[in-house]
Design a binder for this molecule. Structure first.
Ligand code: ARG
Length: 458
């Protein structure tokens, strides 16, 4: 079985380097389960339409199951001469069951076979990634619930803007991951299309029953056009796009975790088990996990660009170019799963230093907008109140006082509309509690949003 593929047509054997250069077995053996699953379904379909008999089907199924066990146990001997996962398995099957093994490929091409395998593979991985995304969402909801009333500075331009609750901030990440879940679920619909039956490109002369194969493999629909069926890799691009967007979100989150755990911010402590030390500086505790996730974002962006560029300008139908779809895809899957696992484990274990976030929120005049809104309530136009508060802030910068630390007399120097009740709005608690509408940062709103989130996940 070690001879050249379609050897009858050639007058010399393949150059040894070319053989290795064109082979994909080194990486596509990862899809062995899907390849066997697809072949069993194909054989059952061939039996249903009378191309194989029951005995042949039994032999094929037994053989393929034995091969699956050999591969799982690490006892399968891979051959680069057999080029890829499809030929390696078929050659072994023929070695085991004889001529019947040679009948398996009836009405099929590696072109529709590989397209089917990749779809089965991505579908399996989507079904493994979705629960991990949910686990991360769960972690975000639990930390949001715990820190619903914890006050921290909210930023724009990384400058102190207005106080927010830590829980509200976590729920922003929850929303992003929720959209990632929606994108992945939507991508799954198009992944879940059966190309098998397209054969090499034009379909096949055998009376195949594609709906039956689709049903056996759990595909929701079958591809409508055989040329498109073998050459379409949109679904791989879509999956990688989902992954790139998720990694973009995780990289932003990572950046905040890295900043927040620094000695300059001191907003959080990451549990030691997610950090490492330095070989030279004894005091160091480095936030390696978020840093690495931030870094890994680059490779997933790269894979998205690889796949888009791989497909660019390819004429119909199958081209060998497409063999290059696998490594970017596989690395995307590994990177996303690793990053999600790390985040889902780490996020609920983040230790929030409430006193530090509170003190930080007091710096930077975070309640200035509250004072402006207060003056509007007392009859000033917003632009005028904005001006008045600007003067008060300028004064505070000179004296080193926060607005809440100024005397009533000082404040009244900026506007005679200010009275004793101003101090209620100048406190951080008052500021966050006042933003008490759907989507606002008030602790009550955070708790309500957490409850909605848990209900959605259930
Ligand atoms: N290893 C190939 C791939 O990954 C399988 C399809 C090969 N088909 C062909 N006609 N050479 O795309």
């Amino acid at each position: 079985n070690q001879e050249k593929l379609s050897s009858a047509r050639f007058s010399e054997s393949t150059d040894a380097f070319v053989e290795a250069f064109t082979a994909s077995i080194q990486f596509d053996k990862r899809m062995y389960k899907q390849d066997i699953q697809g072949s069993i379904a194909h054989a059952k379909m061939l039996t249903k339409v009378g191309i194989l008999n029951q005995q042949e089907l039994n032999d094929i199924i037994n053989g393929l199951q034995q091969i699956e066990a050999e591969i799982a146990a690490g006892n399968f001997s891979w051959s680069i001469k057999q080029e890829d996962i499809h030929m390696n398995i078929e050659a072994r099957l023929t070695q085991m069951i004889g001529i019947t093994g040679k009948k398996l490929h009836t009405g099929r091409s590696r072109n529709d076979q590989v397209a089917t395998d990749i779809r089965l593979y991505i579908r399996d991985e989507i079904d493994a990634i979705l629960p991990e995304l949910k686990r991360l969402q769960h972690g975000l909801l639990s930390i949001a619930e715990r820190e619903a009333a914890t006050i921290m500075p909210g930023f724009t331009h990384l400058q102190t803007a207005q106080p927010v609750t830590f829980g509200h901030h976590m729920l922003a990440w929850f929303e992003m991951i929720k959209r990632d879940v929606e994108r992945l679920q939507d991508c799954r619909k198009r992944v879940n299309t059966l190309p098998l039956g397209s054969a090499a490109l034009a379909g096949t002369t055998y009376p195949i029953d594609r709906h039956y194969t689709a049903e056996l493999l759990g595909f929701e629909r079958i591809s409508e056009n055989s040329l498109d069926g073998v050459s379409d890799r949109d679904f791989a691009i879509e999956f990688t796009h989902f992954a790139a967007t998720l990694m973009m979100h995780l990289s932003r989150f990572s950046e905040e975790l890295v900043l927040w755990s620094s000695a300059q911010f001191q907003f959080i402590d990451l549990p030691d088990r997610f950090c490492t030390g330095s070989s030279i500086m004894p005091q160091k505790k480095n936030p390696d996990v978020p840093e690495l996730v931030r870094g890994k974002t680059g490779r997933v962006y790269g894979h998205l660009m690889s796949l888009l560029t791989l497909m660019k300008s390819q004429p119909l139908a199958y081209n060998k170019d497409n063999q290059e779809d696998k490594e970017p895809l596989f690395d995307t899957v590994d990177t996303v799963k690793g990053s999600l696992r790390a985040f889902a484990d780490m996020v609920p274990a983040i230790i929030v230093k409430k006193e530090m976030t509170y003190e930080a929120a007091k710096r930077g005049f975070s309640t200035a907008t509250d004072l402006a809104d207060y003056l509007v309530g007392k009859g000033l136009a917003f632009r005028d109140s904005h001006e008045v508060v600007g003067l008060a802030v300028a004064h505070g910068i000179k004296t080193g006082e926060d607005l809440s630390e100024m005397s009533l007399q000082t404040l009244q120097g900026f506007s005679d509309k200010i009275s004793e009740d101003v101090f209620e709005v100048l406190t951080l608690e008052g500021s966050v509690a006042a933003r008490n509408h759907f989507g606002g940062t008030a602790p009550d709103q955070v708790r309500a949003a957490v409850a909605r989130g848990f209900a959605e996940l259930a």
